[in-house]
Structure formats: C-alpha cells, structure tokens
Design a protein around this ligand. Sequence first.
Ligand SMILES: [Mg+2]
Length: 228
Amino acid sequence: MSEPVIVFDLDDTLYAERDFAISGFRACESWLEREHGVGEVAEEMTRLLDEGHMRQLFVKVLKDRLPHSADQHLEAFIDVYRYHEPAIGLYPDSVWALEHFGSKGPLGLITDGQHEVQSSKVRALDIGHRFEHIVYTGALGGRAFSKPHPLSYEQMEEKLGGAGDGRRFVYVGDNPAKDFVTPNARGWISVQIVRPYRIHARAEASQGGHPQHMIETLTELPAILAGL
Ligand SMILES: [Mg+2]
C-alpha cells in the first residue's frame, strides 16, 4: 500500500503562532513610536495575548496610549500587525518532519486566515517548496471557506490523491474546534499536535472534531502511521 499523504496545518502546528504575534507587536511598537511618539507596548500586548485577549488587545492598547484615536488609527494599527515582515522559525521537529515525510511522498498545507498574512508566514519560514499543494482558505472566497468547510480538504484529495489508488490522508493540526471535523468525516486520520504556549489552548473540540491521535512532537508521527 502506498504511503499516506500528510497534510499539515500551519499556525501552532509547524511554528509557534505566539512568535508571529510577538513579532507583530514589535512592529506595532515601532509604528506607534514613529507615528505618534508613544511606545513600549509590545510587552503589554504580549501579556494580554497570554491572558487570552487576542481580539480586544489592539483596541485596548490603542485607547490606553492614544485616548483620542479614531477608527482609522485602529485599522492602521492592526494593518501594521497583519502586514509586517514576520520574524518566525519552524519548530525543530517540523524541520525534521518536512524533510522526512517530504522524501517519502507529496505533502499538503491547509491554512486559515487572510491570504496575504498566511503567505507572508510561508515565505518567512521558506517552506513553500516543501508542499505539492497549499490551500489558503482565505483565498477561496472569504471566511466561509475556513476550516471545517470541506472545500480545502476536497481540493487536497483531488490534487494529491493519485489515480484512485486508495491513498490514506492524514491531517495534522492543533485546533480541535475546527481542524479535525472534516478529516474525520472524510475518513482521514486526524492527529492533534499539542504545542506549548499555543494560542488556542482553550479551544474545545466541536462535535465530531475530536482528534484520533494526540502527539507532542512530529517525531511521534511515524509510529502512528506504522499502525495504520
Ligand atoms: Mg493552527
């Protein structure tokens, strides 16, 4: 039987999303200093992130530092975060996994979020060439196509499934609220990687979204695949 096709998630699977956030907070800090003469916000933003306030932290920090700021300032502030050149790196076991599994067969990547932001991460990590096919769900037509929408998974099956040779698919992700619902429903193997400091540590599994396997490092993956 042929090797299973492994499809990865990006954020908090192959690299630490918190590192992207901190790198973005530093860009926000520089921008505030440059444009408005106030600074020293990166540390506070990191604290708010760690307390689980990702969504509100931009509003809160800007209102604190620039009490008279308008909506356009907030938009500009968030854009600095989104579109900065990220300083991020792969987890060591991700470097190993892309090399190891990439030498055995084609790999895929499915990632949610804005297309420009996610592709800037792929560029910064220099991993685009590692994948036979990448689906940026944000490029499929908006948030409606985010996981668990089946379109990205269907595209992977079409692109990497081979000519009906019954290849198994594996999805490796971190977020049980959205990553595994569709893989489970389509007969894929679902594997949750549990990273330290992950952003979605509080996420609960949605119905049908429990992973079939849980691992702490990608070096555990061969043992799971050997048991298929
Ligand atoms: Mg993720």
